[in-house]
Design a protein around this ligand. Structure first.
Ligand SMILES: Nc1ncnc2c1ncn2[C@@H]1O[C@H](COP(=O)(O)OP(=O)(O)O)[C@@H](O)[C@H]1O
Ligand SMILES: [Mg+2]
Length: 286
């Protein structure tokens, strides 16, 4: 299956599913499908990395298989593990059966617990494999990913090698909390996602909160852009802009003046020190 016809096709179809992609995003996404290469998306929190994978799945009708990475994630959680309890029951039930026969019995598909990587490889229907926040795992998991992503196959000693019948479209995301290995990067197409420009953010906000007055939305994205220029602990992301828009709509705010900002800034900034700083700087520059 061809995932997308052209980069423009990506823009149109992602747009229809609510994801507004810029040119670089559309082009790289197109190439990831056309070249069957994993796509590594790196950038700060809340710029639409995870949502990109979800939107690709939505718009292509593919199933999303998600591997959420975290510290301590291991092969048993990422790839597969044997269902020991069930195997034990089977052994007990086997009674006088020879060990060889029992052994052949308990290392079969029935006793295999497949985790996201193996599930994605085994699926025969179109699949988007999202390996989310890959920078949170240990380096060993990266090695595992490398194996899976280079050959799209998994070897299970007791069962043999499982080769993908249909390659999933793979999206890896990273907040760049650490450098990923060169080997992994080499396997992937790379996309750096950053905060959108004001025009695109305005479109995103209005597409998700269509009832918000355009003038307020403009004031909102301009304020958010100024907040991002401050050196805050945690800059507001697109998700926070959208939350702020919903808040302003719910409160029926007609003008984003100092009072409205004071009353609602907690939706956008989540650190007390950021909050004070922002209030001060926004006043000064008015
Ligand atoms: N290009 C975009 N078009 C539409 N919505 C977007 C876009 N980028 C981000 N968003 C919104 O921002 C939210 C946060 O994005 P998310 O993918 O969770 O961020 P990340 O994974 O980069 O931390 C999403 O739920 C989505 O509503
Ligand atoms: Mg994410």
């Amino acid at each position: 299956m061809a995932w997308f016809a052209t980069p423009d096709d990506v823009t149109t179809r992602l747009g229809a599913s609510g994801y507004l992609a810029d040119h670089a995003t559309a082009t790289t996404t197109y190439l990831a499908g056309a070249l069957e290469k994993p796509l590594l998306v790196e950038g700060p929190a809340g710029v639409g990395k995870t949502e990109l994978a979800k939107a690709i799945a939505r718009t292509t009708g593919a199933e999303l298989v998600r591997l959420q990475c975290y510290e301590g994630l291991d092969e048993a959680r990422a790839l597969y593990e044997w269902n020991y309890k069930k195997q034990l029951l089977r052994i007990q039930a086997a009674g006088d059966q020879s060990w060889d026969a029992t052994h052949d019995d308990i290392f079969t598909d029935e006793f295999l617990l497949t985790r996201p990587l193996l599930s994605a490889i085994r699926r025969t229907e179109p699949t988007v494999l999202l390996v989310d926040e890959v920078d949170k795992t240990d380096v060993e998991v990266e090695g595992l990913l490398l194996e899976v992503l280079s050959d799209f196959q998994v070897t299970i000693p007791e069962l043999g090698t499982v080769v993908a019948v249909r390659r999933p479209l793979v999206v890896l995301t990273s907040n760049a909390s650490r450098e990923l290995s060169e080997a992994l990067k080499r396997r992937c197409l790379y996309l750096h996602l950053d905060y959108p420009d004001q025009q695109r953010e305005l479109e995103i906000v209005l597409s998700q909160v269509p009832d918000l007055e355009e003038r307020i939305a403009e004031q909102l994205v301009a304020t958010v852009a100024r907040l991002r220029d401050l050196d805050l602990k945690k800059s507001p992301s697109i998700a926070e802009s959208v939350d702020w828009a919903r808040t302003l709509l719910a409160l029926e705010v007609r003008e984003l003046d100092d009072k409205a900002v004071d009353d609602t800034l907690g939706v956008v900034l989540k650190h007390a020190s950021d909050h004070e700083r922002a209030i001060r700087e926004l006043r000064l520059r008015r």
